[in-house]
Design a protein around this ligand. Structure first.
Ligand code: TEU
Length: 541
């Protein structure tokens, strides 16, 4: 069995915000085609394509109304086939986003369920209300109630939606649902996609619909998180579908701990190839992700070390379409933006595991510069505002919290150039383009041999040809204050990565020595010199 996913260097495209070819303000597949060279030059070998399926876009495509159709905003199926072929021509595979916890309420299955067809009613979770209220006390991922009236409210029937109202959960107890999804996988695999990123995959199967133990958020999660039923579905999909195509999967596994992650991607159990864990994304939050606290690098270092040493193979990522920008969050998006973005790149590519880069990360894009909630489109942010209002939190505080955490921070259009529309669109963008595009854009960064893009290029090239970076073990050497260092070792050869989170020079701790292989500062010539602000250094021993 080949393990090609271990060599994958993945670039995530959020299609709405990547490149708009026709001026309607929404990115599209022809736009992606026009930027394939940018990706090939960066050196990545896999694209994770966020949803491009037919969808009413209540949650930007994560609410699918037809799994086998391309949304007209994005183009046609011919465009998609061309993308697959042209990417392949450049040595780039595509993995699709597989969203199977829920469909859109505008999916034919849900519409037929509403029309009273028994067969389709049993595709979803529809329950009678209890004591004049909803069927249970569960919470919802988008700060809402997870039950909405199914059809006529007078019937007192409710459907479950762990996400938005327009994302009814599928009933995975129903074998017909499994068969339908199997066909969907085959449809895309037959076209030649390399695998899937599986959306919230560890919550798809529910054990029971009883009340849950009261919690601040997500009451009821014990009834559906990492259930035996979910493990079983994953094993069957592997044996019955994925194996036929030698396809690979990465599961988005919310709230997963080390033990659960080990089970989900154990080579013996054959469920997922790897998971996206979230602990390091939670190192700057208090209890729920909407409450951020000051970022302490040491907490990130501890988390990274814990997962690097605890799990054989990680998905390493600092960004995606649900998270604020890493340079604004873990780096410094002011004076040291370029330096800190390069350091984070060095850290990311030196860790053990499959690397995921989110669009715009390669040029150090920062959080959106929204002035008020009116400029934010993300449904989650609007729900959080409602919830916080309900709790009596005043507007300036609500806005502070949303501004920091909104998923739209990462969803602002890709900044290709300084032109109006940022080279993203000739029309009115669906989401406000960051004003800093005049300064921060791919054209400007790529023109700089010392820029962020160029550093990613170097690191990716190095990662691809280095056994040590690909297969080597991980050992933490130093994690104190603002300095993180670790060793990667393979066949008696060793590399040391040194990462400074400090905005001033730091002495290099004793013991971190070797020949200088790479530094994020071109001026660094001496491996033992003090570290420049936010410097990344790779030493060869
Ligand atoms: O995300 C799951 C989700 O709810 C995330 O916000 C997650 O809770 C968070 O990142 C943890 O900190 C997936 C998709 O990535 C997201 O865009 C969708 O909205 C959601 O599923 C529903 O499909």
């Amino acid at each position: 069995m080949s393990e090609k996913w271990k060599q994958a260097i993945v670039y995530q495209i959020y299609p709405r915000s990547f490149c708009d070819s026709d001026g309607d303000g929404v990115g599209d597949i022809p736009g992606i085609l026009s930027k394939l060279d940018h990706l090939a030059e960066l050196g990545i070998n896999t694209i994770w394509l966020s949803p491009v399926y037919a969808s009413p876009n209540d949650d930007n495509g994560y609410d699918i109304s037809d799994y086998k159709a391309i949304h007209p905003d994005f183009g046609t199926m011919e465009d998609f086939d061309r993308l697959l072929a042209e990417a392949k021509g450049r040595g780039i595979d595509i993995i699709m986003d597989l969203v199977i916890n829920h469909t859109s309420d505008e999916h034919e299955w849900f519409r037929r369920a509403l029309a009273g067809e028994e067969k389709y009613r049993s595709y979803y979770v529809i329950k009678k209300g209890k004591n004049g209220g909803v069927p249970n006390n569960w919470g919802n991922f988008f700060a809402d109630c997870p039950w909405a009236p199914f059809g006529d409210a007078a019937n007192d029937e409710w459907y479950l939606h762990l996400f938005s109202k327009k994302q009814p959960d599928l009933n995975w107890e129903n074998p017909e649902v499994y068969d339908e999804i199997k066909e969907i996988l085959r449809f895309w695999l037959d076209k030649g996609v390399a695998g899937f990123r599986c959306d919230v995959i560890n919550v798809i199967h529910k054990n029971s619909y009883a009340d849950g133990k009261k919690q601040l958020a997500l009451t009821g999660i014990e009834h559906y998180h990492s259930t035996e039923g979910c493990h079983d579905i994953l094993r069957r999909l592997r044996r019955e579908v994925l194996d036929d195509y030698n396809a690979w999967t990465v599961g988005e596994t919310v709230m997963v701990d080390l033990q659960q992650a080990k089970e989900l991607c154990s080579p013996e159990r054959r469920e997922l190839d790897m998971v996206f864990a979230f602990e390091h994304m939670e190192c700057d939050q208090i209890y729920v992700k909407w409450f951020k606290t000051k970022f302490h690098p040491i907490r990130l270092m501890r988390c990274l070390t814990k997962w690097q040493t605890g799990l054989d193979w990680n998905s390493v990522y600092f960004e995606n379409h649900d998270q604020p920008r890493s340079v604004s969050r873990f780096g410094n998006d002011g004076r040291y933006r370029v330096q800190s973005a390069k350091m984070l790149a060095g850290l990311l590519l030196s860790l053990r595991g499959t690397v995921y880069i989110y669009q715009g990360q390669e040029i150090g894009m920062t959080n959106g510069d929204f002035a008020s909630l009116n400029e934010i489109m993300d449904i989650e942010s609007h729900n959080v505002d409602k919830m916080a209002k309900g709790l009596g939190i005043l507007n300036p505080w609500r806005w502070r919290l949303i501004r920091k955490t909104s998923r739209d921070n990462a969803r602002t259009p890709m900044q290709w150039s300084a032109a109006p529309g940022a080279g993203f669109t000739a029309g009115k963008p669906w989401l406000q383009i960051n004003r800093n595009h005049a300064r921060i854009n791919a054209e400007a960064d790529r023109a700089d041999p010392d820029g962020i893009f160029a550093f990613y290029q170097k690191l990716i090239a190095l990662k691809k040809q280095s056994d040590i970076l690909q297969k080597g073990s991980f050992t933490q050497l130093h994690a104190k204050g603002k300095l993180y260092a670790f060793a990667r070792e393979y066949n008696g050869r060793k590399l040391i990565a040194v990462c400074s989170f400090a905005g001033r020079t730091l002495p290099l701790p004793k013991g971190l020595c070797g020949k200088l292989l790479l530094s994020s500062y071109t001026g660094t010539a001496d491996a033992a010199a003090p570290l420049q602000p936010w410097e990344f250094r790779l030493l060869e021993c």
